[in-house]
Design a protein. Structure first.
Length: 245
């Protein structure tokens, strides 16, 4: 049993070593494919993918009692209601009002895809982020949604005021796509794809090429090796042209 285990271990080590040799032998091809796929991804990202910009505005909501004194229950209740506020901001009433007010040719579903609402951990601040291909339009939409949502929240939730924590910014850099990230991912995928192709071809190739393969797979010893004449071309020689004097 121990001898069989040692033989299997040796065979596995030899196979892994052969795989490493195959990969090293094709290293130039693997690197070339990685560079080509990275370059292709870079060109596709630069030329065919439309960049998008993000603009963010923030609001602060605090529910106060009639005596205008802020209590701990007010703060705790406000924290629990942040999800409700987020739903109201992305409601059909608010987004369609913004679309009609700005004269946009967008449906409610299309507008909702542009808007995201997030809440920083342990805060009652709501961040409204709008994504658009035009940076100016992204800023205008974010501010318009904030204003319409503030009125809607006060009417529905009976809130006294919705304070502006931060107005929408003018995005100077595109949020997506990331050229460097896409180029890196494209190069890595190209390398792994080429490695997979090489390994599949190596594992599927069961032909015997060397005397070592004969001893390994057939358990036979070779008596002699007949060399091939690599100089012949299809067993024929080209005819020489005869020059007439």
């Amino acid at each position: 049993m121990e001898e069989n285990t040692m033989q299997q271990t040796d065979e596995i080590e030899i196979d892994l070593w052969e795989i490493c040799l195959v990969l090293v032998h094709n290293l130039a091809l693997i690197v070339s494919v990685g560079i080509m796929t990275a370059l292709g991804t870079f060109l596709i990202t630069q030329l065919f993918i439309t960049p998008k910009y993000e603009s963010t505005t923030k609001i602060y909501i605090l529910n106060k009692q009639e005596n205008n004194a802020v209590t701990y229950s007010d703060i705790q209740l406000g924290t629990q209601l942040t999800k409700d506020y987020a739903e109201l901001i992305q409601s059909r009433f608010v987004l369609e009002e913004v679309v009609q007010g700005m004269g946009l040719d967008l449906s409610y579903e299309e507008m909702k895809k542009k808007v995201s609402v997030t809440t920083p951990t342990d805060t009652r601040i709501l961040a409204i982020t709008v994504e658009d291909t035009d940076p100016v339009m992204a800023m205008l939409l974010a501010n318009s949604i904030r204003e319409a949502a503030a009125v809607h929240i006060m009417n529905v939730m009976d809130i006294q005021a919705v304070n502006v924590s931060e107005t929408a910014n003018m995005p100077m850099k595109k949020a997506s796509p990331s050229v460097m990230k896409n180029t890196f991912i494209g190069g890595v995928l190209g390398i792994f794809l080429m490695i997979a192709v090489i390994l599949v071809r190596f594992l599927m190739d069961d032909t015997i090429k060397t005397p070592e393969d004969v001893e390994k797979y057939l358990q036979l010893s070779t008596l002699a090796v007949i060399p091939l004449n690599e100089g012949e071309e299809d067993g024929k020689k080209k005819k020489k042209k005869v020059k007439r004097s």
